[in-house]
Write a protein that binds this ligand. Structure first.
Ligand code: MCA
Ligand code: AMP
Length: 483
């Protein structure tokens, strides 16, 4: 397969990556990633301690160059989540920034410190030839029940999705992207780091999200902004107080939101203050990107645009028949097919098989309608046990299991409820083991944060004497939400 990053083959002094005051040109990135690729070549799979730092980007580029699959790890993963990911993906070593302290489960693995400064002397070996179907990344994603599954993403899918986005967004090497997304998910890593590198452009990562950083970079020459709806919501809130921010957004070539729906109210506030429209694209860890509003198309709030080049998309009735109408009304499940898709879930042939129809379409679980001109509007999700909070997908079952491991909890159910800032917030319904001294909400939040990850912690805890159950003993979550 041709190289994923042609600009690394003919190194230049153009800045490729910038994190705060540290940056690497294409020539420097080629040298550091090349040297690291030489060291890890033949390593099987490597874990990457994916802090929002230069070293994470270098580590992933090196793994791609070496033809070694990278498993990005959330550096805030709790012990249970991390333990599961490590035992499932069995990496042979972990790549981390020098000085980063790694938690216990990782200390048994061989560690390589990632140098972000160009090595002196020595020319890296030429990249080995790597097949299009070879796994490039294994990204863990939550399901409704059980622990997260590792989506195996081949190089072919990464190249395809990034080139389709380049077509839709007129994305070139002249673009400078700014973002503050985490680097252990597709949005921040594939779109936000590998995207600019594939185009031969630049990315400036803010380290952590803040409206001042967004304003500074867009006023300082950045041309594109990627974010989740929570970030755009915070931008919309700040616009009246921060004139520099409105000016900065007004200058951007493209403002892109994804990972969850951006409420129309936030679209409108941003457009009113800046004259610019945010465009939405729709994707999934397993499919990478499926649709987008095009840079040369009409930006219509509340829609995720049209299928990207190469992506086949259909809406299906419950009974498995395709919906043929484009009437903005008939709701069906989005199914997709194309070279943007993952190859399967690691070690989970059962889950992989269940995710596809017999004729090879991937069932997204997202429900949508289509406008007469083909624009897709997502109206909901099939599984009520999946919560999208801050753009993170979180399975209710995973949190319930973690809560049940707390000695003060006898029964637990988890739901999502609307939240202005996060889209949805996680709500825990708990029957305490001892009603006289129930664990505090803070204690339960800390427990989940330490077991799984902070973004999976419940934001609200309700205490009940019993959970509502049907005759079969199944918890009736709808009855909870109505309380
Ligand atoms: C709070 N914290 C805690 C606890 N409570 N730590 C331990 N124990 C606790 N009990 C910490 C958090 O870790 C965080 O630390 C800080 O306190 C604030 O937490 P929180 O309020 O939850 O976070 P936030 O700052 O409000 O986060 C909002 C956010 C974030 C920045 C928008 O949700 C985010 O980055 N979302 C992006 C999700 C994403 O990339 N999704 C893509 C997947 P600290 O401040 O140090 O961090 S979807 C995808 O990839 C598909 C393909 C797609 O379509 O895009
Ligand atoms: P993840 O599994 O974390 O990759 O999240 C994928 C899910 O995010 C999709 O199945 C959708 O439910 C949701 N999603 C992504 N982009 C959008 C968008 N622009 N609008 C609405 N939902 C979105």
């Amino acid at each position: 397969m041709p190289p994923l990053f042609p600009a690394l083959e003919s190194p230049s002094d153009q800045v490729a990556l910038q994190f705060g005051d540290r940056s690497l040109t294409y020539a420097e990135l080629g040298a550091v990633a090349g040297a690291l690729a030489d060291r890890i070549s033949g390593a099987g799979r490597v874990a990457v301690w994916a802090t929002p730092a230069l070293e994470t980007a270098v580590a992933v580029v090196a793994a791609l160059r070496a033809g070694v699959a990278a498993v990005p790890l959330n550096p805030k993963s709790g012990e249970k989540e991390l333990g599961h990911i490590l035992s499932d993906s069995t990496p042979s070593l972990v790549l981390a920034a020098p000085g980063d302290e790694l938690p216990l489960p990782l200390r048994d693995l061989e560690r390589i410190d990632v140098a972000a400064a160009p090595p002196g002397g020595g020319t890296p070996a030429p990249s080995p030839s790597v097949g299009a179907e070879d796994p490039a990344l294994i990204v863990y994603t939550s399901g409704t029940t059980g622990p997260p599954k590792g989506a195996v993403i081949p190089r072919r899918a990464i190249a395809t999705t990034l080139d389709a986005l380049a077509d839709a967004w007129q994305w070139t090497g002249d673009d400078v992207l700014v973002h503050a997304l985490p680097l252990f998910h597709v949005h921040g890593l594939v779109l936000g780091i590998l995207g600019p590198l594939r185009r031969g452009g630049s990315v400036r990562h803010l380290g952590r999200f803040g409206t001042e950083g967004v304003a500074r970079e867009l006023n300082g020459g950045a041309t594109m902004l990627f974010g989740v709806p929570t970030m755009y919501h915070r931008i919309a809130q700040a616009l009246t107080e921060e004139p520099e921010l409105a000016k900065a957004l007004g200058r951007a070539r493209l403002l892109v939101s994804g990972s969850a729906a951006l409420p129309v109210h936030d679209h409108e506030r941003i457009t009113a203050a800046t004259g610019r429209r945010v465009i939405e694209r729709y994707g999934m860890t397993e499919t990478l990107m499926n649709t987008s509003v095009r840079a040369d198309g009409e930006a219509r709030a509340g829609t995720v645009g049209v299928p990207l080049p190469g992506v086949e998309l259909r809406l299906m009735e419950e009974d498995g028949s395709p919906i043929t109408s484009y009437d903005s009304e008939t709701v069906g499940e989005i199914q997709v097919r194309g070279p943007n898709l993952f190859t399967g879930y690691l070690n989970r042939p059962d889950a992989t098989e269940a995710a596809f129809t017999t004729d090879g379409w991937f069932r997204t679980g997202d429900m949508a309608v289509r406008d007469p001109d083909g624009y897709v509007r997502i109206v909901g999700r099939k599984a009520t046990d999946l919560i999208k909070s801050g753009g993170y997908k979180i399975g209710a079952g995973e949190i319930e299991n973690a809560l049940l491991e707390h000695p003060g909890v006898r029964e637990a159910a988890v739901t999502g409820e609307p939240d202005e800032d996060l889209g949805e917030r996680i709500v825990a319904w708990v029957v305490p083991a001892d009603p006289q001294s129930p664990p505090t909400a803070e204690e339960l939040a800390d427990h989940v944060a330490a077991r799984l990850a902070p973004h999976k912690r419940p934001r609200v805890v309700h205490y009940l004497s019993a959970l509502p159950r049907n005759d079969m003993g199944k918890i009736m979550k709808r009855a909870l939400n109505r309380d």
